[in-house]
Write a protein that binds this ligand. Structure first.
Ligand SMILES: C=C1C=NC(C(F)(F)F)=NC1=N
Ligand SMILES: [Mg+2]
Length: 214
């Protein structure tokens, strides 16, 4: 699980400046290790259009052995037979989701140690902690919790697979890993890059080098 979390690309059509399929193809070429389909916010696709896009993105991930995770929408995850689901504190209760999805990946959004412990009690496979820095990708994001929250959680839960999310860039990725995250989750750092493949490669190199240094 910790290896998979290294470079976790989170994306929906609203985050992309061009065809989401082309964006994902470039990100895969650049070395992402996990993908989350997060179709949310103003102008997000719904219904059949959302399903069709999810199917095509899932095909890309399958072809490259990259876990395909669906954000929030458990019904969509089950219909697609996705590799997993990611839910927030306000989504369907993690315990109930675990019952519905069996042993697929279950990720839970957390903002503090209490929520980490709750997620572990619900048998989550990993937690997504954030936003670490102010984010541009989520209009109802909570207050940034900073690197100290990563350190605090890691000090109390040494082994929990933890990916950090929220405003993480090439400039801050190293300190996020050094603070104790097993990986970084990014939206705009990849989606808004001039050259998506090159940017993804740089993020991948930084994360993997920093993880090796221990
Ligand atoms: C709100 C979120 C928090 N964390 C994550 C991830 F990093 F992928 F685990 N994804 C989300 N959608
Ligand atoms: Mg959610």
């Amino acid at each position: 699980m910790k290896q998979k979390l290294s470079l976790y690309f989170v994306m929906g059509s609203v985050d992309c400046m061009k065809d989401p399929l082309a964006v994902l193809d470039e990100a895969i070429e650049g070395g992402i290790t996990m993908f989350q389909f997060r179709e949310k916010g103003k102008g997000a696709l719904t219904g059949v259009a959302k399903y069709r896009l999810a199917e095509k993105l899932f095909e890309r991930c399958l072809a490259h052995n990259i876990p395909f995770i669906v954000n929030d929408d458990v019904d969509l995850a089950l219909a697609l037979q996705a590799d997993g689901i990611h839910v927030g504190q306000e989504d369907e209760a993690a315990e109930r989701v675990r019952d519905r999805i069996g042993n697929k990946y279950l990720g839970v959004s957390v903002h503090n140690l209490t929520e980490v412990k709750k997620a572990l009690a619900a048998h989550a496979d990993y937690v997504g902690l954030g936003p670490i820095f102010p984010t541009v990708s989520k209009d109802d994001a909570k207050q940034a919790c900073g690197l100290t929250m990563i350190e605090h959680i890691r000090a109390h839960e040494k082994h929990v697979p933890l990916v950090a999310i929220g405003g993480i860039t090439e400039q801050t990725a190293e300190q996020v890993i050094k603070a104790g995250a097993d990986g970084i989750a990014v939206i705009s750092a990849i989606c808004r890059a001039e050259h998506i493949c090159e940017q993804t490669k740089r993020l991948y190199e930084i994360v993997m080098r920093t993880k090796q240094e221990g």
